[in-house]
Design a binder for this molecule. Structure first.
Ligand code: RIB
Ligand code: CA
Length: 318
């Protein structure tokens, strides 16, 4: 079996942890490296969280590098009100003696992308600051990418604001740079945004069963979902960022449409919005001063939620 080489860029984060547990343990995925960026919490905490999750998953050999502390232009805004003070639900799991890779995230990405004999699938589940820095510092390294599947954006509603999804809102310029670079190098991009993000859900009862396991990785997975059920006062919770990893492991579970996408970089109310152009281009659009966006990407508009939830449950419950 040919495993799919994957690199993740994360802001761990409760649901990034769910995504890492899946990517680190799925038998068809070959997680080669993980880079960290400030987002849900500060980058040092993100790095500790990521090391801890990979330790717990029994994958301490995967290199983890610290990256950008703040977005290209904006100040960092954290989401500790959602993810807890330690970004992992304050559940007591963040213990690691391991140090991150000595290289900056951009250097680790450059090394992995330029030395891999096979094209890498990049899965960002965080603001894309590290990736924009990579694209500007080492543009040719982008040639090492076979595909980008990112969690971010939305064709419809936002979450950080009415218009914008958190990851893109946090660093809109970075997302614009990455979409631009992907277009320049012909890298296929799939946007796993808020239109599908909430669909794969795990029930509190399923999480409780995981949390009772003797395996620490399975217990962590269960406790993360239980935390979210408590936090949102619900009997079920989304696997969130883990859905983007499911897209790589099981592409048939998602329906995408190829659409032009721009990132709103100005806007009074809409900065950070992914403007997904669903117009019928056969009509007369001569009055549109903008024309069609250069970046035409695969936007996930429907997902088989139970299928992805089941994939996650089976993998983290092994
Ligand atoms: O907007 C969803 C994103 O923000 C995800 O990457 C998740 O980690 C959340 O906090
Ligand atoms: Ca995230």
């Amino acid at each position: 079996m040919q495993r799919i080489p994957v690199v993740m860029d994360v802001d761990t984060g409760v649901d990034d942890a769910c995504a890492l547990l899946l990517a680190a343990q799925h038998p068809e995925l070959d997680l080669r490296a993980v880079t960290c960026v400030g987002g849900n919490t500060d980058v040092d905490q993100v790095t500790r969280n990521t090391l801890a999750v990979l330790d717990i998953a029994g994958r301490p050999e995967i290199p983890v590098a610290r990256g950008a502390a703040r977005p290209l232009i904006e100040r960092a805004v954290h989401a500790r009100h959602v993810h807890g003070d330690d970004g992992m639900g304050d559940l007591g799991w963040v213990q690691t003696d391991r140090e991150p890779d000595r290289r900056h995230a951009v250097e680790l990405l450059h090394n992995v992308l330029t030395t891999s004999p096979d094209p890498i699938t990049l899965v960002p589940t965080a603001p894309m600051t590290n990736l924009a820095l990579l694209a500007r510092t080492y543009p040719d390294a982008m040639r090492g990418l076979g595909r980008i599947v990112f969690m971010g954006g939305a064709a419809h509603r936002g979450n950080a604001t009415a218009s914008a999804e958190f990851n893109v809102f946090h660093d809109p310029e970075a997302t614009a740079i990455v979409l631009d670079a992907a277009t320049e190098f012909g890298i296929p991009v799939t946007m796993y945004g808020l239109d599908v993000f909430y669909a794969p859900t795990v029930t509190r009862a399923q999480a409780k069963r995981l949390a009772a396991s003797v395996s620490p990785a399975t217990r962590l997975a269960g406790e993360l979902v239980e935390f979210q059920c408590d936090r949102f006062e619900s009997e079920q919770a989304t696997i969130g960022d883990a859905g983007a990893v499911c897209v790589v492991a099981d592409p048939e579970g998602v329906a995408t449409t190829s659409l032009p996408v721009r990132v709103e970089l100005a806007g009074t109310w809409s900065r950070g919005r992914t403007v997904v152009d669903v117009r019928d281009w056969s009509g007369d659009l001569a009055h549109d001063p903008h024309g069609r966006a250069d970046a035409v990407i695969d936007v996930a508009l429907e997902v088989d939620g139970p299928r992805y939830a089941d994939l996650w449950l089976r993998t983290v419950g092994r």
